[in-house]
Design a protein around this ligand. Structure first.
Ligand code: NAG
Ligand code: NAG
Ligand code: NAG
Length: 458
């Protein structure tokens, strides 16, 4: 009897799943059409093979038509190579862009949690009052050698009302607008705002230059977050971020594909503006929550987490941005951060299933395991699934949450933040996937990828 009820429940669930209109299903018209085609009766005299061939041809035409529809009319996509910083021991991903006129190459942290693009820089006041800052060594952007570098005046509307972390000091109307940009981790960057040109490559290898982008000329910085890069590329949303400039030109979508975070320098993913032909129409879709008060962060509507098929008991307020919670997708954060109630539930459920592997202590991780012990060889790593509002789920590979931190040592790749607090889906959790941010429709589409197919950077 109990079994019958279970079966009935299962059937009901299945039915519900099939009829529920979810963005994931409606975003896959391609799949549905294929199903209808298969139901057509055989015309007499056609073999199954011929029929299949005809179907494949129809599919191909259809796919091409979809690609045409989704491509912006003017330019092909703008693509920039994106690499893991593992080769110099950082957990960030670097994008290579060219700044100024003539364009000079710089390696910037690709950061969806930032609204200021800046580069390590030397700027000499026209009045001849010396260098605004010359603490930096190594390769800095030389503002005086770029003909397109235009400091933003401190008296301008932009400086007084719009730019993030702009300082109020304004000795003369045409003095440059300066900033002291603060990051959550305690790092900061100081310098002056300017309008400058940023150059990248199109997917057909032509160059494209975006003029008049807001770029910070950073003369000093505090903290270790950015010492291994030349600056930050602001991929958050807001009026003056790189995303706002690039989406104005290429349409309201951008995407990135993150290679494995332990990859060598020559394994290259990409950051793309414009439509991404590598992302299948059947990609999963979650809702992005885009609101001025949440700027520049991309909140995503999470509904829960399950471990080994069991949905964990986590209060729904943890995922609710209106109740001091919520989860953001962040390319600039390495480990996934969970608000305390979610953290306890997730590491509790995972560690309970790994108790037979000897534990080690390795800051900042709470749960690390000796993976050279014989018990580890028999371990089956429990599956972790992130559920989004709607039907989409993210099932990351085990290496994205039981991460290799040293030879023979694996750790649960989560850190906790006190509740109430915002959770962060970090970049290790995002590796091996394409992520497309659709700002107009407020969708986050994603799908597994090797990050190489179809892109310029094979
Ligand atoms: C800054 O102010 C000066 C003098 O008022 C003006 O000539 C210049 O065009 C301004 N620059 C910008 C970028 O607005
Ligand atoms: C990266 O470069 C190294 C040394 O040049 C080479 O051995 C390796 O195969 C390359 N890896 C990839 C993924 O291309
Ligand atoms: C891990 O386990 C192996 C085999 O049991 C042992 O030889 C090694 O010392 C352990 N490593 C650590 C760091 O405890």
């Amino acid at each position: 009897m109990r079994r019958l009820i279970l079966l009935l429940l299962l059937l009901l669930l299945l039915l519900l799943f099939i009829v529920s209109p979810s963005p994931a299903l409606s975003a896959a018209p391609h799949l549905r059409l294929q199903l209808q085609l298969q139901r057509q009766p055989d015309p007499p005299g056609t073999s199954r093979l011929n029929r299949l061939r005809a179907m494949i041809q129809i599919d191909q035409h259809r796919r091409r038509a979809f690609e045409k529809l989704s491509r912006p009319p003017d330019d092909p996509a703008m693509e920039m190579p994106l690499i893991s910083g593992a080769y110099i021991g950082t957990g960030q991903y670097f994008v290579s862009v060219r700044i100024g006129t003539p364009p000079k190459p710089f390696l910037l942290v690709a950061d969806t949690g930032s609204d200021l693009t800046w580069v390590t820089c030397r700027y000499r006041r026209a009045a001849g009052s010396g260098f605004a800052g010359d603490q930096q060594s190594g390769l800095a952007f030389e503002a005086s050698q770029s003909s397109s570098f235009q400091p933003i005046n401190c008296s301008s509307e932009l400086c007084r009302k719009e730019l993030p972390f702009a300082l109020t000091k304004c000795p003369t109307a045409d003095a440059p607008c300066s900033y002291d940009y603060r990051y959550a981790q305690g790092s900061s960057a100081q310098g002056i705002f300017a309008k400058e040109s940023i150059t990248a490559e199109l997917s057909d290898r032509r160059q494209v230059t975006l003029n008049g982008m807001v770029v910070g000329c950073t003369s000093s910085s505090v903290g270790s977050s950015f010492t291994k890069s030349d600056g930050v590329l602001a991929l958050g949303y807001g009026a003056n971020t790189f995303v706002s400039g690039a989406t104005a030109r290429f349409g309201s979508r951008f995407s990135y594909c993150l290679v494995d975070h332990l990859s060598s320098r020559n394994a290259t993913g990409y950051l793309a503006f414009g439509s991404n032909p590598d992302l299948l129409p059947a990609a999963l879709v979650a809702h992005l929550v885009i609101k001025p008060e949440l700027q520049p962060f991309y909140y995503v509507a999470v509904s829960g987490i399950s471990v080994a098929g069991e949905v964990l008991r986590i209060p729904l307020s943890v995922w609710d941005d209106r109740r001091h919670g919520g989860a953001i997708v962040d390319s600039g954060t390495t480990l996934t951060v969970l608000a305390e109630p979610a953290y306890q539930a997730v590491v509790g459920a995972l560690s309970r299933r790994l108790t037979y592997v000897p534990r080690l202590k390795l800051d900042p991780f709470e749960y690390c395991y000796n993976w050279t012990s014989p018990a580890a060889a028999r371990a089956s790593i429990p599956e972790l699934v992130l559920h989004f509002v709607g039907a989409a789920t993210l099932s990351p590979p085990a290496k994205s949450y039981l991460i290799d931190v040293a030879d023979g040592v694996k750790c649960l790749g989560f850190v906790s933040t006190p509740w109430p607090g915002v959770s962060v889906i970090g970049n290790i959790m995002q590796q091996g996937y394409i992520w497309e941010f659709d700002l107009k429709n407020q969708w986050l589409r994603f799908g597994p990828s090797s990050c190489t197919a179809g892109s310029t950077y094979r």
